[in-house]
Design a protein around this ligand. Structure first.
Ligand code: EPU
Length: 415
């Protein structure tokens, strides 16, 4: 099994180029299934998750070509609306194909994802929303069987602005008869890009980037192309690395998607220079502890919660971090304890007492963002850190060791 080995305690400096957003490209790939022709996607990150989604598209019958960060998907040959457990269990985002497949074929069979590393992560909003569009949902051998003669527009209100449920319902409703209104919709930039992509294919979606999305159903979508937005979570991970360890310039970023992250980094004392598509961050002399509350966009993202926790272990006092999006996404904390961190967990709140300096140790990654936090902690710690189960990191970060090595980190992968 592969491991990442880090010799920590060295400063970082230099430039890093940010790739396309994983969580933007995955729903776009699913949406290509409702386009009867060629979808061209540029700036596709080469990740385990994008390759898993490409495999799933091939299983349902699409033609897929992925080369040099450019993806071509031919949706005209799709003929098998089935997403098997073997794939869905490795990546929950596979569930995104349910809405598009039932909208196009009137029936689809998609495995239920099951639990994940940090809790149950249900899909009830997706299913309830589809039912409101007239889809009959049954559970059959662990699979969701979705059937509908024709989807009918409806008024749908989510109890919580779920990213995945908003994406799934938008992709289904775009081909439904009549108007659909989604209230309490997600406003994440990745959902905004999905809606804009569908509009470029002839969809009629309004209220994009607001809590109320209106969709006027159309009969069909036409071939189109899109360039994936920069990954705000990869960018945030490198910004946090800069605040902890030196001076880093990020290029190919969208600073507007990182406002809450930038604000908090300024509050801890980091100096930031921001231009249209680059951000330079400089580590402060003294890292101030601050309390943050994780929330949906435009709040501080849950996908940067673990990395922030690692940063606060170096703060000059106690910091509190509360995750309101997930109640139990804290698997990185016992691993950080192994490196000497002083963190107490109370419900969905972590209390971090900064400055017992981290010391390298063997640790285990449990999910994509926890792995990123362990890499940051390893770079901050004195001595050698060995991170196992690194396949998690490859799901969401392209060439992360090479990017950190270019900044001066002593990090390598061992087979
Ligand atoms: N929820 C329900 N029922 C549902 C759907 C969601 O109760 O039917 C709850 C969840 O359990 C959670 C909250 O609503 O407590 C928010 O979940 P959401 O549906 O917004 O998350 P998601 O769509 O499953 C996406 C990202 C995650 C990211 C979250 C929150 C993708 C492929 N995944 O997941 O990204 O953490 O939004 O921003 O876009 C990652 O990239 O590492 C990752 C986990």
């Amino acid at each position: 099994m592969e491991k990442i080995i880090i010799n920590g305690g060295y400063p970082l400096s230099g430039e890093v180029k940010i790739g396309g957003a994983k969580n933007a490209v995955l729903p776009i790939m699913a949406a290509s299934l409702i386009i009867d022709g060629l979808t061209v996607v540029r700036k596709v990150p080469n990740l385990r998750d994008t390759r898993t989604m490409a495999k799933l598209l091939e299983i349902v019958g699409a033609g897929v070509k992925l080369k040099n960060h450019k993806l071509e998907i031919d949706g005209s040959t799709v003929d098998n609306p089935v997403a098997p457990y073997e794939l869905v269990k490795t990546m929950r985002a596979s569930f995104y194909v349910l809405g598009p497949l039932v909208a196009r074929f009137g029936s689809a069979r998609v495995s239920l994802p099951g639990g994940c590393a940090w809790g149950p992560r249900p899909v009830d909003y997706h299913l309830k929303g589809l039912e409101q569009l007239g889809v009959k949902i049954t559970l059959d051998g662990g699979n969701i069987l979705a059937e509908a003669k024709k989807l009918m527009g409806a008024k749908i209100r989510f109890d919580y602005p779920s990213v995945g449920a908003t994406g799934n319902i938008v992709m289904a409703a775009v081909l439904a008869k009549g108007e659909t209104l989604i209230e309490n919709a997600a406003k994440e930039p990745e959902i905004v890009q999905l809606c804009e992509f569908l509009n470029s294919a002839g969809g009629q979606i309004e209220g994009v980037a607001t809590s109320t999305i209106q969709i006027q159903g159309v009969d069909e979508l036409r071939p189109t192309s899109v360039t994936v937005i920069p990954d705000r979570i990869e960018a945030g991970t490198f910004l946090i690395a800069g605040a902890a360890l030196g001076e880093i310039k990020l290029i190919d970023v969208e600073p507007n998607h990182l406002k809450a992250v930038i604000e908090n980094l300024q509050l801890v004392g980091a100096k930031l220079e921001i231009s249209e598509n680059s951000i330079t961050i400089k580590k402060p002399k003294k890292l101030k502890p601050i309390d943050i509350i994780i929330n949906v966009y435009p709040g501080y993202p849950t996908d940067l919660q673990a990395q922030w926790t690692a940063l606060m272990t170096a703060a000059s006092g106690s910091a509190i971090i509360t995750d309101t999006v997930y109640q139990d996404r804290f698997n990185h904390i016992p691993e950080l304890h192994r490196m000497g961190a002083d963190i107490k967990l109370e419900g969905n709140t972590a209390i971090i007492r900064g400055r017992p300096e981290l010391v390298g140790a063997p640790v285990m990654s449990t999910d994509i963002r926890a792995s990123a936090a362990l890499i940051l902690a390893g770079l901050m710690a004195e001595g050698r850190t060995e991170i196992s189960r690194v396949y998690h990191i490859d799901r969401g970060y392209e060439n992360i060791e090479a990017k950190f090595r270019k900044l001066g980190a002593k990090i390598r992968r061992e087979k």
